[in-house]
Write a protein that binds this ligand. Sequence first.
Ligand code: SF4
Length: 315
Amino acid sequence: MLVVDFENKRIEADNHVVETYRTCEEKYRLMLHNNWVPEGRASELAFGLAMHAGRARFKQLIMGGTPILDAIEQAVIHGLNVWDREQNDAMKTIVMIDDKRGQMNFARLLRGYLTKYGDPVEYKSLKVEIPGKRFLGTTPDGWEFNYVYTIDEVVEHKGKIWPVEFKTMSGWSPPDDKWFAKFNNMSSVTGYIWATEQELGTDIGGAIIHGMWVHAEPKAGSKSKYTLPDYFKMDYSYRDDDQIAEWKLNTLLTGDDIVRSIEKNRWKRADGLACSVYNGCPMKRVCQASPAVRGKLLEMDYVQWEWNPWARLED
Ligand code: SF4
């Protein structure tokens, strides 16, 4: 939780907090209550943060009248500065080996993405990187729940207003229909749609998802069928008012659950599917060790990193 104010029965949380708790209470305790993240994981977060920062800088420059090619180059430089700032030396050593998150590939991906989806006519930016905190409702247990968010961008596209959710992903192939389908009941997207409605005071029927495949440049002679523009895809994800109301109630219920865990210092371990999805839970090494050695493992292989949903706006 970002804020739990027991005196005033007030909480603040963003979607990352809510979703992590739902995935596994122990993961929430380790990563968001006690702020442990593995070094490699922190480097992934830093890469995503820098990519968002570069993208946002491009949009701001375009809105200010900078020509597209200049804006792309300035955005790349800005993104690389954020990349550098957000990683300590140990993390930089890791990304040297993992070259898909290195500086060269960062610049290649951001240039490629902005060349494909930076057209200011097709996506007319109205607002960029909108931080917010708004009253979502009162939980069944009587807590005032304030929902925290950062909307990547609000655009006018094909005659309608949309929030844009920019996502990086890895894996063996670029974003496809199956990857986009998962956003259709993803709480973060519903949250952005709700937040955009609050920001603009108007009904919003859906969000645009922009996906970037974080993949290293193929080596000479590679048989990869993907060229750089294939790394970037977009799709729409729709919500009606009933779906938004359902999301709201669900979020409030999770707020009560988190408060209860904190109050009683009681955390359940998922010990199942949640431990192995995607590349596996980043805390798996700790959870698989005997309880007596977990503290030492955390000190040796993990770093302290406090989740801040507005970190990418701090420059
Ligand atoms: S490894 Fe499994 S039990 Fe441990 S924190 Fe991750 S999801 Fe939870």
